[in-house]
Design a protein around this ligand. Structure first.
Ligand SMILES: [Zn+2]
Length: 167
């Protein structure tokens, strides 16, 4: 799933519960829930540990390009949180809550990024766990257009809801 989708969910939860620890925890939980709902096109699933014999890097180039834009959008949501927080009461508490939610939403995938550079027991266990979560409900993937539309829709929904809730 795009980082920006997880970040947007975290931002919304942070606005709902503007306490750093609660928002961070809610962000991590939302990551797991969003990952459970089938959303990934077949070629975007990383089924084998990066660098292992079964892994393919045919789409690595595309993934790096997409991820750069994706990360830029996620960072944009941090600025948006700051902008939104100005409209609420308890501005700094709200901003800290939202960025804690964003951090919690992004953390599970940041650990996955480490698997591209490192290989140890913890990371292999975590990699399998993160993959299994994607397949809890269904093993199916979705067409790329559906995946992109669904995720942009979610981002819009979370951003709108955050704004609506604060103002
Ligand atoms: Zn994930």
């Amino acid at each position: 799933m795009f980082l920006m989708t997880h970040a947007a969910a975290g931002m919304f939860l942070g606005a709902l519960v503007p306490h750093p620890v609660a928002a961070f925890t809610a962000g991590v939980a939302s990551h797991a829930i969003l990952d459970m709902i089938p959303h990934e096109p077949e070629d975007d699933l990383i089924l084998d540990y990066p660098g292992s014999p079964g892994s393919s890097n045919k789409s690595v180039r595309r993934r790096v390009i997409v991820s750069s834009f994706d990360l830029a959008f996620a960072v944009l949501l941090v600025f948006l949180s700051w902008f939104f927080s100005l409209k609420g009461q308890n501005q700094s508490g709200l901003f800290i809550g939202m960025i804690s939610g964003i951090a919690g939403g992004l953390l599970p995938d940041c650990i996955i990024v480490l698997t591209f550079f490192m290989n140890n027991r913890f990371l292999r266990w975590y990699f399998d766990l993160h993959n299994k979560i994607h397949f809890v409900i269904s093993r199916s993937s979705v067409p790329r257009t559906v995946s992109v539309a669904y995720q942009f829709g979610l981002v819009g929904l979370f951003v709108f809801s955050t704004y609506y809730f604060i103002t």
